[in-house]
Ligand binder design. Structure first.
Ligand SMILES: Nc1ncnc2c1ncn2[C@@H]1O[C@H](COP(=O)(O)OP(=O)(O)OP(=O)(O)O)[C@@H](O)[C@H]1O
Ligand SMILES: [Mg+2]
Length: 394
């Protein structure tokens, strides 16, 4: 968690203002105040303008020149318009007048976090792709089935044969994506982790397995190689590069919620929480929503709930489920055990088994709905509303 939080440094002389700021910032999910100020290392620095504004403005200039993405926030008891104007021109992103206003500070930090998380991939080159992250609210409920067949549907999406799609397996040791596609890959992302200094697009492509459909696969390590040294930063680097190379990257996140998965969540354009209409699964789904709400990401409109293995006569209706998790269900995928099992055992996509079955149609349409949604999402709201599962427990 620590590595995903935004670090804040304080350069404040007034002790009372400083402790007030520490208290407010520490209460905001996803931010941590650094114990020792390191101007280079922090994501945001809050400076106090005191008796010598010229010195402080120079400091803002040099911070801004060194890293234009750093948030330089100011606070002062002085409110003369020329001071405010100079501060903005120097590159300050926010100005908090004293006495401090809690709401104003919380909003400013929220805005910064939103820009940081959802900014196009940092670094060189442009982000081309989008990440669809499929997360299971329980094991064995079809998360890999959906990930693999969704990715293949994206590949075949409307009127072009140029769409590039990759699927990445995050299930450590027990990744099954290659099995579902009838592949025996030589490499995994563990390989990249061990040779991270070599990472460029040629190396990335040489590690990816290739499916007949044209889809590329980045399997998870099936041995401990690479896992022990993998971390969120490395996974972030791999994904940033994949975003430049592929139009769509589907992640089979399984049920993992370690630091690496949190990084993937940060970078995801769409998070599909896979669930079934069972009480434990819906309770887990609620727990995930609560955790996301506390973390401050992924944002509400990026999260979609899907119900797999859906049939109309289930004990829990879709309405009950929606009431319980206080979220609309975005999609349902019908219960078709025989077909899914045969596809898995033969290492074939569902479309190769039966192109006209309900399940293939629903997954194809899910791909189209995700694409449509990703193109219309407005980056406005920040927090996921706190969910409530009282309806489901009663
Ligand atoms: N829509 C569906 N209808 C019926 N059965 C399904 C459906 N989707 C998946 N299954 C079945 O559920 C089982 C588990 O599928 P899958 O491996 O995709 O789940 P998973 O959540 O990825 O599991 P794991 O936690 O082991 O990674 C398989 O036997 C598959 O046939
Ligand atoms: Mg799986």
């Amino acid at each position: 968690m620590q590595s995903n939080s935004v670090s804040v440094g304080l350069e404040i002389k007034n002790e009372q203002v400083k402790s007030e700021l520490i208290e407010i910032i520490s209460s905001i999910a996803g931010f941590r105040v650094m114990k020792f100020l390191d101007q280079e290392d922090c994501d945001i620095i809050v400076l106090e303008i005191g008796d010598d504004p010229e010195k402080e403005f120079q400091c803002i200039h040099s911070l801004h020149d060194a890293d234009a993405n750093k948030g330089v926030f100011l606070t002062s008891s002085r409110t003369e318009p020329e001071i405010l104007l100079r501060a903005l021109r120097a590159g300050a992103k926010e100005f908090f007048t004293q006495p401090l206003k809690r709401e104003e500070i919380i909003n400013a930090f929220g805005k910064f976090r939103e820009k940081k998380v959802y900014a196009p991939s940092n670094g060189n080159g442009k982000k081309k792709g989008k990440i669809i992250n499929v997360l299971g609210s329980k094991g064995g409920i079809g998360t890999t089935t959906i990930s693999v067949n969704l990715a293949l549907s994206l590949l075949a999406s409307p009127n072009d044969n140029q769409t590039s799609v990759a699927i990445m397996d995050l299930n450590l040791l027990f990744g099954e994506v290659p099995i579902f596609l009838g592949l025996k890959p030589v490499f995994s992302w563990g390989e990249i982790v061990q040779n991270i200094s070599r990472l460029d697009s040629t190396y990335l492509k040489s590690v990816m397995a290739k499916h007949d459909s044209g889809m590329h696969i980045l399997p998870s390590p099936s041995q401990f190689d690479g896992i022990t040294v993998a971390n969120s930063e490395i996974i972030g680097k791999i994904l940033q590069l994949m975003l430049k190379e592929y139009d769509y990257i589907v992640i089979d996140s399984g049920q993992s919620l370690d630091d690496m998965s949190l990084k993937v969540l940060e970078l995801s354009d769409t998070v599909l929480i896979n669930s079934i209409l069972s009480l434990p699964c819906l309770i887990n789904c609620k727990r995930l929503l609560e955790s996301f709400w506390r973390m401050g990401y992924p944002r509400n409109e990026h999260i979609k709930i899907i119900i797999n293995r859906y049939h109309k006569n289930s004990d829990i209706s879709l309405k009950d489920a929606e009431k319980g998790i206080q979220r609309n269900i975005f999609w349902t995928i019908p219960n078709e055990y025989q077909l899914t099992m045969s596809a898995i055992n033969q290492g074939k996509p569902l479309t190769a088994m039966s192109n006209k079955s309900d399940i293939t149609r629903k997954i194809r349409n899910l791909a189209a709905a995700c694409l449509k949604d990703m193109n219309t999402i407005k980056n406005e709201t920040y927090h996921v509303p706190e969910p409530n599962l009282s309806g489901i427990r009663s």
